[in-house]
Write a protein that binds this ligand. Structure first.
Ligand code: PLP
Length: 415
């Protein structure tokens, strides 16, 4: 293949060749793990230029590192975006994005089905003056109703965890772009292989790299990708010092890098960046296997007499099955189900031997957790009811095991 790969290559080819094309030393096929905290310059003008954004280079690893930069470049290509900043965790990426772009009295409209910790950080931010409205984002009308003159951001996820509601992503994108609202889509559950939020006019795309992109449950990470669609020059909260110094399209992501990463300090380690980068090489393969395993399991559970309900976007009776089929390249690995009242969820889970009882998701291994008693315990019964979370609900993150072993594990647990 030629020195410079054209941009038309497929998703996996692009990931596999991304590091090499950045020309690391000795023709290495992976970007090396650069553990240096700081970089030295023969001529101090080089250091000055880096500080003044006049040349690309590295000064201090909290705000930039070559190993992390290679991953950021890869993520930008995966999302068809313009620029990416990586963080130590998905939560660091979310917090940094909001804190670096919004001010007191700015208003966010957020999905009421947000990931628990995202919901919790929104609550914390509301206590220091950001206004938040929570809406059922499966319909754009609920967002339109909450729109006010100080609405600066809409924040949704693609597939909600654990009940798998899907936001009306395309219509929300139209609404945000008409009203110049920053549209943030947390793409963690779909990952850029199943869905590219740029296609529904997202401004910023969040990924928890800990989940499908890293994929092996061995590294934490997060990212925010600017799709290039939002007009940052017209955004009032851009710091005066950046205007004029930075290209208009780079204003938003630069402010996130400076305020959110450099000042906030949630830096991704180069070792974790390397693990995530290697994991990302097989994202497509893993998600194809995960999605096909999940669909077979969802059908099996759906037909089982001891299961009351299965939430999985791939099932024809899922309320947003149509939009999932239109927008996503597969239905992913997340599902949840309610057991019949006759069965005790704890006993049932303890009988599973292949499926691991664990709180993560997006791993190569299948992981299950009783939701009400664990990840949504802090919410309390009322909020759980609002979110459609029954006490008997089990969340299942389907892995890439051989499907017969998974089916056998469940069959045995039911018997
Ligand atoms: C896990 C998760 C996060 C947080 O990511 P961490 O890497 O665990 O901090 C954010 N959003 C969604 C949808 C998630 O599933």
């Amino acid at each position: 293949m030629d020195k410079k790969m054209d941009t038309k290559k497929g998703f996996t080819t692009t990931i596999l060749h991304s590091d090499r094309l950045l020309k690391p030393e000795f023709g290495a096929l992976h970007q090396p793990v650069h553990t240096a905290v700081t970089w030295g310059y023969e001529d101090v003008n080089g250091l000055i230029d880096v500080f003044q954004n006049k040349t690309k280079g590295y000064a201090y690893s909290r705000q930039g590192n070559p190993t992390v930069a290679a991953l950021e470049h890869k993520l930008t290509q995966m999302e068809n975006g313009m620029s990416t900043v990586a963080f130590s965790t998905g939560m660091a990426a979310i917090t940094a994005t909001i804190v670096s772009l919004l001010k007191k009295d700015d208003h966010i409209i957020a999905s009421s089905y947000l990931f628990g910790n995202s919901r919790s950080i929104m609550q914390t931010l509301s206590e220091i003056g950001v206004q938040i409205s929570y809406v059922d984002a499966t319909s754009v009308e609920n967002i339109q109703k909450e729109h006010t003159s100080n609405t600066k951001m809409v924040f949704v996820e693609t597939i909600a965890n654990p009940a798998t509601q899907i936001a009306q992503l395309d219509e929300i994108g139209n609404f945000c772009s008409e009203n110049k609202i920053i549209y943030v889509v947390d793409n963690t559950m779909t990952s850029p292989y199943l869905f590219k939020p740029i296609n529904v006019k997202a401004s910023l795309v969040i990924n928890s790299l800990t989940k499908y992109i890293g994929g092996h449950g061995n590294a934490l990470g997060g990212s925010v990708t600017d799709t290039g669609l939002y007009d940052w020059a017209g955004f009032p909260n851009i710091a005066a010092i950046l205007r004029g110094q930075i290209k208009p399209e780079m204003l938003g992501i630069t402010q996130i890098r400076k305020r959110g990463l450099r000042d906030g300090g949630g830096t991704l380690s180069p070792e974790a960046a390397h693990s995530i980068s290697v994991g990302a090489e097989t994202l497509a393969l893993r998600l194809e296997r995960t999605s096909s395993n999940a669909l077979l399991l969802a059908n099996f559970l759906n037909e089982h007499l001891l299961v009351k309900k299965v939430n999985y976007p791939g099932l024809a009776d899922h309320p947003q099955h149509k939009i999932a089929s239109e927008l996503f390249n597969g239905y992913g690995g997340l599902m949840s189900f309610e057991l019949d009242d006759k069965i005790d969820a704890v006993t049932f889970l303890n009988r599973l031997k292949v499926v691991i009882k664990s709180s993560n998701l997006g791993d190569t291994r299948s992981l299950a957790i009783p939701v009400a008693k664990t990840i949504f315990h802090e919410l309390g019964a009322d909020r759980r009811k609002e979110m459609g979370i029954e006490d008997s609900l089990i969340r299942l993150s389907v892995g890439i095991e051989d499907i017969n072993d998974l089916l056998e594990d469940f069959t045995h647990a039911f018997n």
